[in-house]
Design a protein around this ligand. Sequence first.
Ligand SMILES: Cc1cc2nc3c(=O)[nH]c(=O)nc-3n(C[C@H](O)[C@H](O)[C@H](O)COP(=O)(O)OP(=O)(O)OC[C@H]3O[C@@H](n4cnc5c(N)ncnc54)[C@H](O)[C@@H]3O)c2cc1C
Length: 435
Amino acid sequence: MSEILATDRAAPRHIAIVGSGPSGCFTAQALHRKWPDAEVTVFDRLAVPYGLIRYGVAADHQHTKAITRQFDRAFADGGVRFAGNMEVGTDFGLDQLRQNYDIVVLASGRWRDRALSIPGGKLPGVIVSGDIVNALNAVPRPAIPMPRIGRRVVVVGAGNVALDMVRFLIKTDADYEGSDVASAALRQYLEAPATEITVLSRSPIAAAKADVAMVKELGKIDGVKFSYANTSPATDDNALGRKREEAFAQLAALDVDAWRARVHFIFGAEPGRIRGTEHVEALHLQAAPAGEPSVLECDTVISAIGFDVNAPGQWHYAQHLDFTPDDTTGRIEDGLYRVGWLKRGPHGAIPANRADANEVAKEIIADVEAGRFHPHEEAQGYDGLPERARANAVSFDDWRHIDETEVRGAEPGRIRHKITDHDTMLATVRAATPK
Ligand SMILES: Cc1cc2nc3c(=O)[nH]c(=O)nc-3n(C[C@H](O)[C@H](O)[C@H](O)COP(=O)(O)OP(=O)(O)OC[C@H]3O[C@@H](n4cnc5c(N)ncnc54)[C@H](O)[C@@H]3O)c2cc1C
């Protein structure tokens, strides 16, 4: 009997994706293309789709966020269902999901800032970049207010997120024209913006992580004087390192008559400790290039040193599973897969998630075709999930009401005013579609 069933059902009927960031959405697209008759549902704990595209990518990078339009089409034509405000592990368990879906793909991401672990790293005035990102992007669950930032700021880290921080520190309100930045958070900062910014990188320019395009972008911002100190120039065979060095040399050569802010990059610098009694007063370097001071007087330290791969609480829905980063396989066990940052670890931009999603989709298809697939005859898909959770779910049409409300509420020069609070989003949905 089971053999007959397996032959009859050589394709999954119900596919669940947990997380509507890019990796979840790309996977949903690929699996829907393969099995157009299957129910594909993308769940998210938030009331709005797209994960870090909406909530991580900087507000002044709207061109990057435009990728969501292709996902909109997949949700809008009914081929793929969006189910927001449905948190696996809270509204229902992973077990319930697995009982009702033939295939479950976990795409819940992971990113908790790695904190500075040097003496003084917990002093008031030491901020993780994620708190600023969350405030500028109006992350709703939980909503984090814009931290207080002083005039003299040290940014620790020189990767792309660190450069997002530098752009934020030196941009003016006008530079956010056409963006969806959280205006109140930005205004709070711009009341007394930083004027002296020092950026520290352990590695020399040649080995730093920042993309060349991100370095060049800084040069387009008016009224800022750039300088840098470096150790160990790139070797002849390090073409990328040499390009990055050129980009920094061009930044430093910019002719700026009247500057409102100065940014000094120190490459090959190692923070040693942060000094202060009740608040940050200075950062002491334990290594610095020749000629650079070893003490940087400052009132704010922003760390942008990457993410804590195993920070607790990131997958409360599946504490028993091993989520050690893995570049090779998406399969956790038969019928259960992972993709994106949850699979590979918190690195790589959106295109890397597309490639990963396509690989994992191929793996799933190959498993199904090889019989490594055990359909649940009793599975009901979405209809089998608890009624209460379904009653509170935010559909794609509901999200459009939130979207329209945000766009309608945009201040002059902005494209939307993001709702900053989860309950207000749900109230917006209820007001638009009384049940
Ligand atoms: C600050 C920052 C800036 C970035 N800037 C750029 C950039 O400019 N360009 C670029 O290409 N890339 C950028 N990236 C990288 C990019 O955002 C990531 O590569 C990508 O978002 C990872 O995709 P993901 O789908 O794996 O995870 P996420 O995008 O994190 O999506 C995970 C989703 O899962 C949901 N979720 C979590 N737990 C549950 C649960 N229990 N139940 C239901 N849903 C759940 C979350 O709400 C979220 O929507 C940036 C990242 C950060 C952190």
